[in-house]
Design a binder for this molecule. Structure first.
Ligand SMILES: Nc1ncnc2c1ncn2[C@@H]1O[C@H](COP(=O)(O)OP(=O)(O)O)[C@@H](O)[C@H]1O
Ligand code: SF4
Ligand SMILES: [Mg+2]
Length: 329
């Protein structure tokens, strides 16, 4: 069952030059993908691809000069992009949990952990204090915090990075959301802590039949923890499909470049560094936006590539997707 269906989402940055001319950067270009119940979808791409902007657009968290100019993001029959702010506030943190990268800035430094977990519940529904505290303790235990009763009284600054990230996950999950959006939830944590947190996230998503969107630039995370993946370049989804299909038969030149540039491959000498600067969003190349960096570029690439369907939801936005399918990296 589809939980979130993003369809042709477009987000622009509109600004004025010193000469008072209006400039428009097309930061998200017809982004479409879905998150179903009981699955984790990975959104990957290099820094600046538009991953965080996608989450912010969907959750009504954009700040000027960014604004959504087209598309839909349907959650539970409602288009989040046109939802009045009060209804969006009600959904966010209740039916849709959010985990962002930096736990330090996301936790209130002046409020004990337990009180924050209680406050989170009461922000959405009246809850008896004792019930709310009990649920908070249970949630801390569920995210693997030792001595949860004692930790309820801890201040955010007393927690290690890994513990703070777990608390953040507890905050995102305390109201039993149906969808979790996690933007780089483990970036900056050491590998063991990262694995523990992602294992837990996977377990919770499966147990509760939730859906989750994990935003990351780490392909290893996607390979281990996600069912499906969407690859983003310059604000467009260039390839999407099951993790097996996309990793085994990557068919967009950018996906292939990303997969060749993993630290493991580079270390083994079989990889290649990801080349070239990201395109200028104010002046995107006509036709395929990957054109200036693509080693396979041909004349036809000045026309926008159609989405090629390679079967079972494996879709690729390249004129030559079928030629590349199944070719070694
Ligand atoms: N005020 C702005 N004006 C124009 N472009 C911006 C502005 N703020 C951010 N951007 C651009 O939006 C793009 C998407 O950023 P973001 O979603 O944060 O990328 P990611 O999360 O994939 O690293 C980036 O290329 C960034 O340069
Ligand atoms: S459409 Fe052309 S430029 Fe774009 S990725 Fe495919 S081959 Fe490269
Ligand atoms: Mg980001």
């Amino acid at each position: 069952m589809t939980l979130l269906a993003i369809d042709n989402l477009e987000t622009d940055f509109v600004s004025r030059t010193l000469d008072d001319e209006i400039r428009v950067a097309h930061a998200l270009n017809k982004v479409s993908f879905e998150v179903n119940r009981g699955e984790i979808v990975g959104l990957v791409g290099e820094t600046g691809a538009g991953k965080s902007l996608t989450a912010q657009s969907v959750l009504g968290l954009l700040r000027a000069p960014a604004r959504v100019v087209g598309g839909e993001a349907v959650f539970d029959g409602r288009d989040l992009l046109t939802l009045p702010p009060a209804e969006m506030n009600e959904l966010r943190g209740y039916e849709i949990g959010l985990v962002v990268q930096n736990p330090r800035t996301s936790l209130d430094p002046l409020c004990r952990i337990g009180d924050q977990l209680v406050r989170m519940q009461r922000a959405h529904r009246p809850v008896n204090g004792r019930v709310a505290r009990k649920k908070a303790v249970d949630m801390l235990a569920a995210v693997g915090i030792p001595e949860p009763e004692r930790r309820m009284r801890a201040w955010p600054h007393e927690l290690s990075g890994g513990m703070a990230q777990r608390v953040l996950m507890a905050m995102a999950l305390i109201n039993e959301p149906r969808l979790l959006i996690a933007d780089e939830p483990t970036t900056g944590l050491d590998v063991t802590v990262q694995a523990a947190i992602l294992d837990l996230l996977r377990q919770i998503v499966l147990e509760r039949s939730m859906g989750a969107l994990i935003i990351t630039h780490d392909l290893g995370v996607v390979a281990h923890y996600c069912e499906r993946v969407a690859v983003m370049f310059a604000g467009s989804i260039v390839e999407e499909g099951t993790v097996d299909a996309v990793f085994e038969t990557p068919s967009h030149p950018y996906t292939r470049a990303l997969l060749s540039a993993t630290p493991e491959r580079l270390k083994l000498g079989s990889g290649r560094q990801l080349g070239g600067p990201p395109p200028d969003l104010y002046n995107l190349p006509i036709g395929c936006h990957y054109r200036d960096r693509c080693e396979r570029v041909r004349d036809i690439c000045t026309t926008p590539p159609p989405a090629t369907d390679l079967g079972e939801g494996h879709r690729v936005q390249c004129h030559f997707a079928k030629d590349l399918e199944g070719q070694p990296l």
